[in-house]
Design a protein around this ligand. Structure first.
Ligand code: ADP
Ligand code: ZN
Ligand code: ZN
Length: 725
């Protein structure tokens, strides 16, 4: 019986591909190979080096060549990726493509991963003292006087360092060296003594090293979760093991990286999608070689090879950014759990506001919960939260007298205040006061947001931009009124109300440039009194020591959403934003403006905190048989014509086998039926049995691909969707 080599290729087809082994060479699973595909060539990964061919072997083409001598992916990653492709119903090749940095998907040898560090030679130190050098050479000697530095760091500080390095190296004044244990000029800070709660958590998790055990680290904001992670990573390092720490967004990574570097003094790799491709590939390879002892990264870092894994940590596990929303729609937290199981290591999911999914896993005994209930290091009380009933109150740009008074008091004490509004732009609607016309995006049938600074209307759904009309296009009147308040308008209004205090806006517009966010945060850490106007970018884990007041302009939108997850999201957002207040030595205050002060969710959050509110929400989900007590798969489709979407979804529904355990809802229009000029619709499949749902959907997915209409619409399947739009 001839054997075939089964290969995953980065193409959106739900299958693996068989080839003949190359002449002479023997391949192993996980190796990269170059294969003929269609009229061209592709780089693939060997999934099975000795498969029984699915086709007549005489029709198979041979592999052109192996690209490396060794497998790039080990058995654990191969198994996990195969599992992930099956679970999230992705094309196997797409799952593999996710796992490999782009630069490694090219038919080229692996890049050199030796770290490039430079240091002064004894002659160089002497030369530096003599001060004879000028220009670039002097600047480079100055940079190296404190100790070895990484080439990337030198490049960042001295753009033309290469030519100076060449001159100085030729003169024997500097030389390449091995990676130092700790970057130049940074003595290791002494670890903070842990509180009793923190030590208990470290001890409980530490006791499970070497086997799979999921933990929820349920700690209020500022309770020192990061200190717990650090202690655990140190313990893993002491055992010679690697740790993987996932954070929800790039913005949080530098802050955490700094803390890890200062404390641990071992090679740490940072992996996220904003890195240059070469850099990302080298980081990935250093993790694979075991050289990287700690890997810190965002969603896609969950695919990093860990040949010597000891521990996986997922910070802010409730965060929606762990779910990929296009292409291969995996969830990094859930995948991290599978990896931890395959690797046989403990995994810690940390959050002040755990997801209902995770809380259900705690309730069922699958996860062990550890709680941090106090803020160590200071005896400051938890922030005091107050509902501001704005019914019938006079509002100045949406801001109540109570809110403005609180801002005034905070800045008068030299502190900072955050006015939180989750809407960018100047005003969400531009309305004609004469006839009621308002500016809609024709491609989405949704109001366009006025951006006053750019003098533009922008659609936040498809990014269409249009000039601001000077007169109403419908009736010709000149009275166009901005309705509602975005961050830009609040920034302007607060600037007028508080002319002597800096007002800083933090949203996607003001942080577009690279590093702008870090910069703004840094300024705020050093600023005196200031008013921040910000969106949910600020809700996540950032440490702002001078912030003592958080004022939430409106919570009402979240109270009336049709999405069954809206309550959970709102509770998480409120608690996270509130957690920014009073982190340092001063007590915090939180104000929530609402027209619905009696709303049960707000009441319960205020009276008894997130845990109780979440328990109520979870009980409601159970009663309604909604996730996590049922499982969902969403088929989405969109096309230029409504008719094509409807016909495709109708055919898809007809092709679905009837199963008493699987409920079907739809075809129905998506909650946003038109977006960027495309009509959108969906089918929702639901079951209390996850296994049953997958059993039904696997063959159905292949049928969908075979429907003639499937070529005329764009469609995708989303397993455990976190948004139904
Ligand atoms: P979290 O991640 O839970 O929000 P952090 O780990 O960032 O909390 O800690 C919040 C603040 O408390 C930080 O400034 C940290 O240095 C400080 N901190 C944490 N643990 C302790 C401790 N045991 N003693 C004193 N200060 C601590
Ligand atoms: Zn008009
Ligand atoms: Zn639009």
């Amino acid at each position: 019986m001839p054997t075939a080599v089964r290969v995953a290729l980065p193409v959106p087809l739900p299958t693996l591909f068989d080839y003949l082994p190359p002449a002479g060479g023997k391949l192993v699973a996980g190796q990269r190979v170059l294969v003929p595909f269609g009229r061209g060539k592709q780089v693939g990964i060997v999934v099975d080096a000795a498969a029984t061919p699915a086709l007549d072997a005489s029709r198979l083409k041979p592999i052109l060549q192996p690209l490396d001598d060794e497998p790039l992916l080990d058995g654990e990653l191969l198994r996990t990726l195969t599992w992930a492709a099956d679970y999230w119903l992705g094309a196997p090749g797409e799952a593999f493509a996710q796992a490999l940095p782009l630069a490694l998907r090219e038919p080229r040898p692996l890049p050199d991963i030796d770290e490039e560090y430079w240091q002064l030679t004894p002659a160089g130190s002497h030369e530096h003292l003599g001060g004879r050098r000028r220009g670039g050479s002097k600047a480079l000697l100055d940079l190296l006087i404190d100790g070895p530095r990484h080439a990337d760091e030198l490049a960042a500080m001295l753009p033309d360092w290469r030519s100076a390095a060449r001159r100085l190296a030729a003169a024997g004044l500097i030389a390449r060296c091995a990676a130092p244990d700790r970057p130049a000029g940074e003595p290791a800070p002494a670890p903070i003594p842990l509180s009793a709660e923190q030590s208990d958590a470290v001890a409980a998790i530490g006791a499970t090293f070497g086997r799979f055990q999921p933990f929820l680290l349920d700690g209020i904001t500022g309770s020192g979760k990061t200190e717990v992670y650090l202690a655990l990573i140190e313990q893993a390092l002491a055992e010679g093991r690697q740790s993987l720490l996932l954070v929800p967004e790039i913005g949080l990574a530098p802050q955490t990286l700094r803390r890890l570097r200062e404390r641990l003094g071992v090679p740490i790799e940072l992996l996220h999608s904003n890195l240059a491709e070469g850099e990302r590939a080298r980081s990935w390879l250093r993790a694979r070689s075991g050289e990287a002892r700690v890997v810190l990264g965002t969603r896609s870092a969950v695919f990093t090879p860990l040949p010597n894994a000891g521990l996986i940590l997922v910070d802010e596990e409730h965060d929606a950014s762990y779910k990929q929303q296009e292409g291969f729609r995996y969830h990094a937290r859930d995948l991290a759990l599978v990896r931890a199981r395959e690797l046989g290591v403990p995994i810690v999911l940390g959050s002040a506001t755990p997801s209902l999914e995770t809380l259900a896993n705690v309730a069922s005994g699958r996860f062990r919960a550890l709680r941090l209930r106090s803020r160590p290091g200071a005896s400051r009380p938890a922030p005091q939260v107050q509902i501001v009933d704005v019914r019938a109150q006079y509002l100045d740009h949406g801001l109540s007298p109570t809110l403005l008074e609180a801002v005034r008091e905070a800045v008068a004490r030299g502190e900072q205040a955050l006015v939180f509004r989750n809407r960018r732009g100047y005003a969400p609607v531009l309305l004609c006061h004469a006839c009621g016309w308002h500016a809609d995006c024709p491609r989405c049938e949704h109001p366009m947001t006025l951006h006053a600074g750019q003098r533009q209307l922008r659609c936040h759904h498809c990014d269409r931009r249009a000039p601001v009309p000077s007169h109403c296009p419908a009736c010709g009147a000149g009275a166009l009124w901005p309705q509602g308040h975005g961050t830009e308008r609040l920034e302007q209004a607060l600037g007028v109300l508080f002319p002597d205090v800096p007002v800083r806006r933090i949203d996607r517009e003001t942080t577009r440039r690279r590093d702008a966010f870090e910069h703004l945060l840094d300024e705020l850490r050093h600023d005196g009194p200031a008013i921040l106007v910000g969106t949910q970018m600020l809700a996540k884990g950032h440490d702002l020591p001078r912030l003592t007041l958080v004022a939430i302009v409106s919570v009402d939108e979240g109270l009336h959403s049709v999405d069954f997850r809206a309550g959970e999201r709102l509770a998480q957002l409120l608690v996270q934003v509130a957690g920014r207040a009073g982190r340092a030595d001063r007590p915090g205050r939180v104000l929530l403006q609402t027209h619905h002060p009696e709303h049960p969710l707000l009441r319960s959050l205020l009276a008894s905190g997130y845990g109780t509110a979440a328990a109520t929400l979870l009980a409601e989900r159970e009663a309604a048989q909604l996730p996590p007590y049922s499982h969902q798969i969403l088929l989405r489709a969109d096309a230029h014509g409504r008719g094509e979407v409807d016909a495709f979804l109708a055919a898809a529904a007809a092709a679905l086998p009837i199963d008493p355990e699987v409920q079907l809802a739809g075809p129905m229009p998506a909650p946003m039926p038109l977006r960027a000029g495309r009509h959108r619709g969906q089918l929702l499949l639901e079951s209390t049995s996850r296994a049953r749902l997958h059993t039904v959907v696997r063959p159905w997915r292949l049928q969908l691909g075979a429907l003639p209409l499937s070529r005329r619409v764009r469609w995708s399947l989303d397993v455990d969707p976190i948004d139904l739009y």
